[in-house]
Design a binder for this molecule. Structure first.
Ligand SMILES: CC(C)(COP(=O)(O)OP(=O)(O)OC[C@H]1O[C@@H](n2cnc3c(N)ncnc32)[C@H](O)[C@@H]1OP(=O)(O)O)[C@@H](O)C(=O)NCCC(=O)NCCS
Length: 144
């Protein structure tokens, strides 16, 4: 069956969390991946949270965000049963287009060191590794 890319909806929440687990992605269901947080993010990022659907079944996700200066690719994930068929690349492209429509001219993503599938996908899609950058952060709430 054909896979189509379309905006994620709130009713996709449970399927999305399960898909991330199957794909081995960590989710912060008590923090920024809670249902409530997801609902808020969907409202604030219209058209940037995308799903890949086979029929009605969610088989991939990408959450696009921007801070008005840069676009960010988050939670790019494809169900293991559907990987290696170009779905991740299509999700990434669709999200890039949506971010470009919002005026973003730079798109970034965090990739965990050693995540070769992800790194290969980004490289093949034209991304370059930024040397000598260290990610620092401060959590204003422990489970955020
Ligand atoms: C990364 C991920 C989204 C790729 O999804 P996908 O639908 O399989 O990706 P595509 O089919 O579009 O693959 C595009 C390219 O990425 C690379 N790639 C994908 N999976 C790979 C793997 N298991 N090993 C090595 N390279 C891989 C290949 O270069 C591939 O091109 P090719 O199939 O022609 O060789 C998927 O593996 C996944 O969900 N991983 C777990 C979650 C994750 O780590 N997400 C990234 C967070 S930054």
């Amino acid at each position: 069956m054909k896979v189509r890319i379309a905006p994620l909806r709130l009713p996709d929440y449970e399927a999305m969390i399960k898909l991330w687990r199957r794909a081995g992605l960590m989710s912060r269901v008590n923090g920024r991946d809670s249902r409530r947080a997801f609902a808020r993010q969907l409202r604030l990022n219209p058209g940037l949270y995308l799903g890949a659907y086979e029929g009605d079944v969610l088989v991939g996700t990408v959450l696009g965000t921007h801070d008005t200066r840069k676009g960010w690719i988050n939670r790019l994930a494809v169900d293991p049963a559907h990987q290696r068929r170009g779905v991740g690349t299509r999700l990434l492209r669709a999200c890039e287009k949506a971010l470009a429509r919002k005026g973003m001219k730079v798109i970034s993503a965090f990739v965990v060191d050693g995540n070769d599938p992800s790194m290969n996908l980004f490289r093949r899609s034209g991304y370059e590794r930024v040397p000598d950058v260290v990610h620092v952060r401060k959590k204003l709430q422990a489970d955020a």
